[in-house]
Design a protein around this ligand. Sequence first.
Ligand SMILES: [Zn+2]
Length: 466
Amino acid sequence: MIGLEIHCQLTNLNSKLFCPCKANYRGFEINENICPICIGLPGSMPRLNQEAVKKATIIAMALNCSTPEKIAFFRKNYFYPDLPKNFQITQLNIYGDTSVGGTGSVMVGDKKINITRIQLEEDPGRLIYEGSSSKNQITLVDYNRAGTPLVEIVTEPDFETPKEVRDFLNILSDILENLGVADPSLEGAMRADANVSIKGGKKVEIKNIGSFHDLEKAVHFEITRQESLHSREIEIIQETRHWDDKRKITVSSRSKEEELDYRYFLEGDIPWVIIDPATKTKLISEMPESIVSKKERYVSKYHIPAQVADVLSSDKYYSDLFEDSHTESNAKEIANIITTDLMGLVDTREKREASKLTPHHLKDLADSIQSSKLSRNSSKNALHEILKTGKDLSIIIKELDLGNVSDESELSGIITQVISEEAQAVEQTRSNPQTINYLVGKVMQKTKGKADPTLTLNLLKKQIGI
Ligand SMILES: [Zn+2]
């Protein structure tokens, strides 16, 4: 049985959860993005970022969680260098459900994964270890991240395999990205803890897993470790282990974190927040169309194959491009260009940022293919050039001489040449018209794939006399 606690930063917000410092702490000098509130100076007062509450509520609703009318914040007290106030402001359901999200669920294929709760809290600072050996190692602390809005999503122990974990994480990342609340590809934006237990063994908690990629590995490692203990009849003890991302193993925590008493109490500096039905209705109306609904629309309205629609709808980058470029008549062609030609070219964050492609380019490409101005083959070359230069398609066609040969007399000349060179194939075509494709291929070869296919076929038939 595997249960997850996923920490997701609300990376698209402007400010931290309780102060005006930037939520996007990346790119600052060490300890530059801080103020008296987020480093917990005496007398400083937190002020709740209402936008963060809205975003967290939207996440809860998208994951089919109940949302309470009132939410409250609590202090979770513990002493650790990454926590400047010596307490973290978080949420807890001891006075009824007062976290942003209650129970909910996500479908992973045919399997329902239940969500226990969703809470909004502040991210701690970041520890930086310097020095190569344990003898001269020093720990530095950077508070730029302290106070960043974080949503914790807790699941029931419903997963049975690392693959189910991975599938769930992929779906979750897509949902969060589609909602426009987070960018899961940012380093440190998604982190997780996992609870793993095998039949007959105690529950082991793995902390400190810094990426979704490592989460699957950590779960896999832990299952193998516990099964190995079990097969040797060694007792599996209840403990907290840390994920060592350099060695890719879990190691027992020597600190007794699990025995800590966090002495939770209500955060008196932040009043309870009321989320009335009108606010909820407004939030629902502002929510972007869900991935599932987009997929259904692509299939039913444009007759895009389900598999293509799946790829197109689940990645926000692709679906945004599609939404901004398609018309009723070119939708299928644009879906095709995105999922066959574009996908391999912009598969990383860096490539997407460097790309000069606009929805307008995609529309031009699809229209040119549909009107036989550009062959599919040439459109791939044009797409490469667009990504690099951002030039207009018409200019690229001229510069790279990519346009289809659709001039009848020019094409006729080429066909006459092919017919004289391929006497045997011409004879064969006369007796078996289906073999004409060989001759079409020869014309394509001579025109470097630029001959208009329909015109080529018609002219060939005419000249051969079939
Ligand atoms: Zn601050």
